[in-house]
Design a protein around this ligand. Structure first.
Ligand SMILES: Nc1ncnc2c1ncn2[C@@H]1O[C@H](COP(=O)(O)OP(=O)(O)O)[C@@H](O)[C@H]1O
Ligand SMILES: [Mg+2]
Length: 399
């Protein structure tokens, strides 16, 4: 048994039978959950309830939670949005100059992501599904449907999609600072680490995005794939959640959970969900706790390059989270001591609550938003400025 497996067992996640990182870090996986008793529920077969599921688009609220039955999203906190449009493959090939390598900005579980310029001049990110069979197609459909209905300033905007032949592509607003993990881990020496204030700002925005999904969408949406790679950043480090291919409509009525095939990303997945397949809103809260821990520590949720006992961030951090005197040892050394200690204590307390083993003990997202907003009002004024500069992730492009 390798160190990571032992770690998983200790975390109660020994059931992960498949862990296949695609790059140097944690990748999205499909996790077959062995110990779960009973049969696999078919609830997952549609990925999301509404396509043909009898639950029409119109059951979605807009962002204020009051306007049931309306698809008008242009109020309150929602950015101005026009509906996602259909593109031809030719248009997207032209936008990326034939999907040239120089325009490649990332690659994830779904496929490759290119920077492109539309005919209108708008810069976009274009994600091309690798021909990975039914699961990929299902995620594509769920992504288009979810992002067509959900609009919030902390969710990425879907500009359009392409379904020419067997091609499946998604066109998003371009997020110039890339994803959060590009700014937290393995930084080039000349790149300035995120300050405490920026980390809190990102935490608040990510939590607000999740609050929208849990509390304003009707029925609620369980995101299922909250991780630092899915938090995209604009030029001012405003975060937006991306990748809704795994999202599920949450329990309605008296139901406390939905049963699904276990999907998610190793290291971010709540233990009870990994064990039983019972998905609740609290599964997302656990994942948020892992992201908060990454923001505080500057360590990856899973890091196989670390020594035994340090590879799984949550299990490594448990002894520190339990003892206030050890809180300081959790902090990312790249912060160079520039953070308000009181705020650090609060941030760690919030994180520890999110990471409770018992889902019912984890806080509701609304309470987390309030707590994080309080922290963001206590800004740290003693930030170090050095010669390192913030820069977008390395990517040149010819678009
Ligand atoms: N809208 C976007 N704007 C800018 N960069 C993006 C955008 N979407 C994705 N990326 C980049 O592409 C990478 C891969 O994205 P994705 O396919 O979602 O993979 P992952 O499984 O890592 O989330 C991201 O980590 C990010 O750096
Ligand atoms: Mg992603």
């Amino acid at each position: 048994m390798c160190a990571l497996e032992r770690e998983r067992e200790r975390e109660g996640m020994g059931c992960f039978s498949c862990f296949s990182p695609r790059r140097n870090d944690v990748r999205r996986i499909e996790i077959e959950n062995g110990p779960r008793s009973g049969t696999r529920h078919s609830a997952d077969s549609s990925g999301c309830g509404y396509p043909g599921g009898g639950r029409g688009k119109d059951s979605y609220d807009n962002d204020n939670g009051k306007g049931k039955g309306t698809l008008n999203h242009n109020r309150g906190n929602s950015p101005k949005c026009s509906p996602a449009r259909s593109f031809t493959f030719r248009e997207l090939a032209a936008a990326t100059r034939g999907f040239r390598e120089v325009n490649l900005i990332g690659e994830g579980g779904f496929g490759r992501v290119y920077k492109g310029r539309l005919e209108t001049g708008q810069i976009v990110a274009i994600k091309q599904l690798n021909h990975d069979g039914i699961q990929g197609f299902k995620e594509f459909l769920v992504e288009v449907l979810m992002l067509s209905l959900l609009h919030h300033s902390n969710l990425v905007t879907l500009i359009g999609y392409c379904t020419d032949g067997d091609q499946r592509l998604l066109v998003y607003e371009y997020m110039p600072m890339g994803c959060l993990e590009d700014h937290l881990f393995d930084l080039d020496p000349e790149k300035e680490p995120l300050s405490w204030n920026t980390r809190i700002k990102i935490a608040v925005g990510a939590a607000r995005g999740l609050e929208y999904l849990h509390c304003k969408a009707n029925p609620p949406v369980i995101y299922r794939d909250l991780k630092s790679a899915n938090i995209l950043l604009d030029n001012e480090f405003n975060p937006k959640l991306s990748d809704f291919g795994l999202a599920k409509l949450g329990p309605v009525g008296d139901n406390t959970h939905v049963s699904t095939r276990v999907m998610g990303t190793y290291g971010y997945c709540a233990p009870e969900y990994a064990m039983s397949g019972k998905l609740t809103l609290k599964s997302d809260i656990y994942s948020l706790g892992v992201v908060l821990l990454e923001l505080i520590t500057g360590r990856r949720a899973i890091d196989c390059s670390k020594k035994q006992g340090e590879q799984n961030l949550v299990s490594w951090s448990r002894p520190f989270l339990r003892d206030r005197r050890k809180f300081i040892q959790l902090v990312d050394p790249l912060l160079q001591g520039c953070f308000p200690v009181r705020c650090l204590h609060h941030a760690i307390a919030i994180t520890a609550m999110c990471l409770q083993e018992q889902p019912t003990f984890r806080p509701l997202i609304g309470d987390i938003v309030v707590a994080l907003e309080y922290l963001s009002s206590q800004t740290c004024t003693s930030e170090v400025h050095n010669s390192r500069v913030h820069s977008p992730p390395p990517q040149s492009s010819s678009v």
